[in-house]
Design a protein around this ligand. Sequence first.
Ligand SMILES: CCCCCCCCCCCCCCCC(=O)SCCNC(=O)CCNC(=O)[C@H](O)C(C)(C)COP(=O)(O)OP(=O)(O)OC[C@H]1O[C@@H](n2cnc3c(N)ncnc32)[C@H](O)[C@@H]1OP(=O)(O)O
Length: 184
Amino acid sequence: MTRSALTTPPPDAVLPRPLPGGPAPGATLGSHYSGCFGCGEDHPTGLRLTAVTPDGVTVVATFTVGTAHQGAPGLAHGGVLATAMDEVIGMLVWLFQRPYVTARLETDYLAPVPVGTVLHMRAWCNGMSGRKAYLEAEGRIGSPDGPVAVRAAALFIEVGMEHFAEHGDAQAIIDEHHEYEVNP
Ligand SMILES: CCCCCCCCCCCCCCCC(=O)SCCNC(=O)CCNC(=O)[C@H](O)C(C)(C)COP(=O)(O)OP(=O)(O)OC[C@H]1O[C@@H](n2cnc3c(N)ncnc32)[C@H](O)[C@@H]1OP(=O)(O)O
């Protein structure tokens, strides 16, 4: 991965460990919001990603490229592939049980991805330092061992739930995330 200094963990960064009460190895991670373009089951043309964590600190997911995801005829749009990388990394940080948002996302495109491809994605964390999480993901064509088509490195920043309530749709959070107190 061609990674900038901004997405490279500093020397004091620590690797995440599976959290007590977190998903068991092999558990499926649900959608964080039904209307999400990346994972929402109610989104008409979204990516509808679902992820599994093999070990509590990484995730794997698949994305089937459809006609709604084209850029050039018959090929996935690069921005959609970046979204898939962002989303699978977003699913990974969900394992840390604190809300994070993408601050920076860097993407390398290595091969075109035809419509109909099942992209096998994997995301992992290279280190955490304070509010910052340094993450990577890759997408392989056709199988978990297939050729790498896209790679991403990201910096995610921890925020409070108030970030989503202040800037987004607070009622949707209350409706779907009963465990969170938006205005404690
Ligand atoms: C029903 C609904 C339920 C919802 C339940 C929750 C849902 C869970 C959401 C999951 C979603 C998944 C989907 C994928 C993930 C997205 O797509 S998230 C959406 C896209 N991202 C955004 O909208 C974020 C927009 N940006 C921001 O809000 C703010 O800039 C940030 C990122 C929160 C940072 O602002 P801040 O908290 O004021 O922090 P700030 O002091 O500026 O920066 C902190 C540190 O980070 C560094 N930093 C900040 N930005 C950058 C950058 N771009 N590059 C490098 N360094 C940076 C700063 O330099 C600073 O470093 P230090 O000085 O501490 O060394």
